[in-house]
Design a protein around this ligand. Structure first.
Ligand code: BES
Ligand code: ZN
Length: 888
């Protein structure tokens, strides 16, 4: 059953129901929270007992807090409990009902006289009306919670901050028929039935945790169960809970979980610490997944996978996200964050851990290329725009807006640099010390850096700048050769970012190698650290000028500015023994050509020369038997339009698109025969989950993309044949993607077939929406408008909203249409979505926020759209912060 048809969902154009949780937050004056204002909590809450009487449209909660004065706190007698869209039904202190509490904004304030008290608060919420999907909400007839970062306060009043750690005991009761399964953190300690059709369960989590890690789930669920024995001999029961009927698609998630548990023992020495580990999949979810202690909650898209419905990319995403949330059990839960400014402490580190895990499970080289691509497409633009912030921000208005590519992906790169400088073994000594020293604590990024310093024996004094300075450093390289000496001169600039006009030089670890042109080899890689504005490095023993390979493996998250000969890039694309550097050379070759084209610097001769060099390099890559197909597939992907735009201070998205498409078409024609041969060879490889077969599927679609660009009729015919012959979603989706770009009759036929075949599968229908919205089709805006009216579209399911509109927002053909209709479409979406789901709405603002980097005509329309949003009364804090920073 699709959630769009569920009557309990609030209507889309929500005639805002007065129920709690469904109303737009009242307008509040902008309050800025600053890192420097941190104060330890005045009161601690060592123990919490929660009692839930569960119902879909009315749940009643009694929270009993044992509160004690914090010896390290301010000593004030006022107990401040955060709330959000809730009202206290009763307040008791030490067993007696009190009336002298007050509400300060949405916080509950109680005056206490002693040093320790029992405080009890009753609240009620309407989960079915909770369209924000924060706090306790209903999804597909079940109840679940999402508390990070500040959702717990939508359930009950509490000091909802990560440095208040409590042990939780949770009791819940509800209709047995409606909620046969009752889950919470930790272990189930008791359960029973009443004779009124209800049943109850009691759960206890022995590990103290902040409120953001609390979770509860109640509903009709079936489990895929397995066991895992930890390195210390603990027997852990594993369950992956899904809606009945979905259990056949959970085995990959289970395998990924078991692999994660084993890997964290072997790689970081981390062992699981409870007898039970539950994962629940829910279909209405704002994010990807959440690491609640012992009860991870997942978006269904990161749990369910089988060959017919999930692509190879989906399989990888499931593995990565399962790993990520599992790894948080140590990096996040056992050691948590002192405050939300420290978010990268858990997220940056855990992203690095999941990246290393996925690299070990598959191809290290391909994983590195994918991660760098994500950084360049998602983080570099953030770092050079109005929303730029350091990986440890200094201030925020709404913390949900800071779950960013900077905190996550640049955060991971920063820790990866420490690992590169220390070496794997010494880095491990550092992380061991960190976990040891801070187990059970709420720590800071500074604590982490100090532990790595002490454990790994590094001096990270200057390196700390990576935590405080925003902006992607630009490194300019110059090579001079004389006699047998090579002098490499490096200069760094860290660009100004909002609130940070002047920057200091940062330590930038660069893996470099110098290749001998004649032999195609080098005599060893060196790690150099550029830690001044400008510095020279000398290398000896070179009779002839060598070819420089720099930032190998992407050892630092910087942009390298190095004027290279095309011939050198072709050389490195063919000879570099670092696979990332090889990819980088290929990307550089294409980038140089496209940037020159967009800047009007290509005359006919230069264009022909550039095309020929790229054609030669790509032809060699297609033909090279030494490259495996997964890697070949990566090498065949041209730089994204957003990354091309990133190379220029201001650019015309129309020109970028036209140049890139023109190159694709030229390559498709010039390499038509080898591409067709490659496609034929890949089509003959039978299905398996092994790397070779996955590689074949990857190049199959990449070949098709170029073939279709060069010869649309041939492309349509081959894509349609691939669609019809498909025995996996990878092949089917790849073929459909290519067809969606074309104005061919096969497009309609395949789309209708796809919808027919998967009409009951929400995750696959999401693909149907996003393939059409992401298509480089001249009529794409019309298609999107029609899809928004489709009966399967709904504004209340974040996966569906993202499927249609995120795909549209990142599709230059749609978003940057010269009419401005794409900007209007995203502006309208933000305005309509904000009252329903502010967090999701705010995620669409940054695309409009890049207006300063776009040519003036479009920039004016983008800005006007932001102004229209800003003028609306009653905007959420989430959207308001992003819009005002984008305009400011
Ligand atoms: N802790 C987050 C989930 C989260 C983020 C909850 C923001 C509430 C607000 C979780 O560990 C996470 O980072 N999930 C990612 C996926 C991960 C693989 C990077 C997500 O949900 O996108
Ligand atoms: Zn995370």
């Amino acid at each position: 059953m699709d959630i769009a048809s569920r009557p309990s969902e609030p209507a889309e154009n929500a005639q805002l129901a007065p129920e709690l949780g469904n109303t737009a937050p009242p307008p509040v004056a902008a309050t800025v929270i600053r890192r420097e204002d941190y104060q330890p909590p005045a009161w601690l809450v060592p123990e919490v007992a929660l009692d839930f009487r569960l119902g879909l449209d009315a749940s009643h909660i009694v929270a009993r807090l044992s509160v004690v004065r914090n010896p390290a706190g301010s000593g004030e007698s006022t107990l401040r409990l955060n709330g959000d869209q809730i009202a206290p039904l009763a307040v008791r202190v030490d067993g007696r009902e009190v009336n002298d509490w007050r509400l300060d904004g949405s916080d509950l304030v109680v005056e206490l006289t002693g040093d320790a008290h029992a405080v009890e608060v009753e609240t009620a919420v309407n989960p079915a009306a909770n369209s924000q999907l924060m706090g306790l909400y209903a999804s597909g007839g079940m109840l679940c919670t999402q508390c990070e970062a500040e959702g717990f306060r939508r359930i009950t009043f509490f000091p909802d901050r990560p440095d208040v750690l409590s042990t939780y005991t949770v009791r819940m009761s509800g209709e047995k028929a409606q909620f046969p399964i009752l889950l919470a953190n930790g272990n189930c300690t008791a359960s029973g039935e009443a004779d009124d059709g209800t049943h109850w369960a009691e759960w206890h989590d022995p590990w103290p945790k902040p409120s953001y890690l609390f979770a509860l789930v109640a509903g009709n669920l079936t489990a895929n169960s397995a066991r895992f024995e930890t390195m210390g001999g603990r027997q852990v029961a594993l369950n992956i809970w899904v809606r009945p009927g979905d259990e056949d698609r959970t085995q990959h998630a289970m395998n990924s979980l078991i692999n994660s548990m084993k890997w964290d023992e072997e790689t970081f020495g981390r062992e699981y610490d409870l007898d039970l580990f539950n994962i629940v999949a829910v279909s209405d979810y704002n994010m990807g997944a959440m690491e609640n202690k012992g009860l991870n909650i997942f978006n269904t898209r990161y749990v369910l996978a089988d060959p017919d419905t999930a692509t190879d990319g989906d399989y990888d995403a499931v593995e990565g996200v399962i790993g990520h949330e599992y790894f948080h059990n140590w990096s996040g839960n056992r050691v948590t964050c002192r405050d939300w400014f420290q978010l990268s402490l858990k997220e940056g580190f855990t992203v690095l851990r999941d990246q290393l895990f996925s690299a070990d499970m598959g191809s290290e080289a391909v994983k590195r290329i994918e991660d760098v691509r994500i950084l360049r497409v998602g983080q570099f633009p953030e770092d050079s725009g109005p929303l730029a912030h350091p990986i440890r921000p200094d201030s925020y208005e709404e913390i949900s807006n800071f779950y960013t590519a900077t905190v996550y992906n640049k955060g991971a790169e920063v820790i990866r640099m420490m690992r590169t400088m220390a070496g794997v073994e010494r880095f491990r000594k550092g992380t061991d010390l960190y976990f040891d020293r801070h187990d059970g604590e709420a720590a800071t990024c500074e604590d982490f850096v100090r532990a790595i310093e002490d454990g790994a024996g590094l001096d990270l004094a200057q390196f700390r700048l990576w935590y405080s300075q925003a902006g992607t450093p630009q490194v300019c390289a110059e090579v001079a050769h004389s006699g047998t000496q090579v002098v490499l001169k490096l200069t760094q600039t860290v660009p100004a970012t909002p609130g940070q006009p002047d920057k200091q030089a940062m330590p930038i670890p660069l893996r470099v190698a110098l290749f001998d042109r004649a032999t195609g080899t080098h005599s060893g890689e060196r790690l150099i650290v550029l830690d001044q504005d400008s510095q020279t490095f000398t290398f000896d023993g070179f009779a002839a000028p060598p070819v420089l390979s720099i930032n190998r493996g992407f050892s630092a998250p910087v942009a390298i500015d190095f004027a290279r000969e095309k011939a050198d890039l072709v050389f490195l694309a063919a000879h570099d023994d670092d696979p990332f550097a090889r990819y980088e050379a290929m990307q550089g070759l294409v980038l140089q050509h496209l940037v020159a084209g967009v800047s009007g610097r290509l005359d006919d001769a230069a264009r022909a020369e550039g095309q020929a060099a790229i054609g030669e390099a790509l032809g060699a890559i297609i033909a090279d038997p030494a490259i495996d197909d997964l890697m070949r597939g990566e090498l065949m992907i041209l730089p994204a339009e957003s990354y091309i735009a990133e190379q220029l201070p201001v650019s015309d998205p129309g020109l970028i698109h036209a140049e890139r498409e023109a190159l694709k078409a030229w390559l498709g024609r010039a390499l038509a025969e080898p591409l067709k041969a490659l496609h034929d060879r890949a089509c003959a490889v039978p299905y398996s989950r092994e790397a070779a077969a996955r590689g074949a599927r990857k190049i199959k679609t990449q070949a098709l993309v170029l073939i279709a660009a060069g010869d649309p009729a041939e492309g349509a015919a081959r894509a349609f044949a691939q669609y019809r012959a498909a025995d996996t979603m990878t092949d089917r989706q790849g073929a459909l993607m290519v067809l969606c770009n074309l104005d061919a009759p096969e497009r309609e036929t395949a789309l209708a077939d796809f919808h027919d075949r998967y009409r009951d599968n929400a995750l696959v229908l999401d693909k149907w929406f996003s393939l059409q919205a992401g298509a480089l089709n001249p009529k794409v805006l019309e298609h999107i408008a029609a899809l928004a009216q489709h009966p399967d579209f709904t504004m209340t399911n974040p996966n569906r909203v993202r499927a249609l509109y995120m795909a549209a927002a990142v599709n230059p053909r749609a978003f940057h249409d010269e009419s401005g209709a794409g900007y209007r479409m995203i502006g309208d979406l933000i305005r309509r979505l904000d009252p329903i789901n502010a967090q999701t709405a705010a995620r669409f603002v940054p695309s409009l926020g890049r207006w300063r980097r776009v040519e003036p005509v479009r920039a004016a329309m983008m800005r006007a759209e932001l102004e229209r949003i800003a003028a609306l009364p009653g905007l959420s804090r989430d959207v308001r912060e992003q819009v005002s920073k984008s305009l400011g």
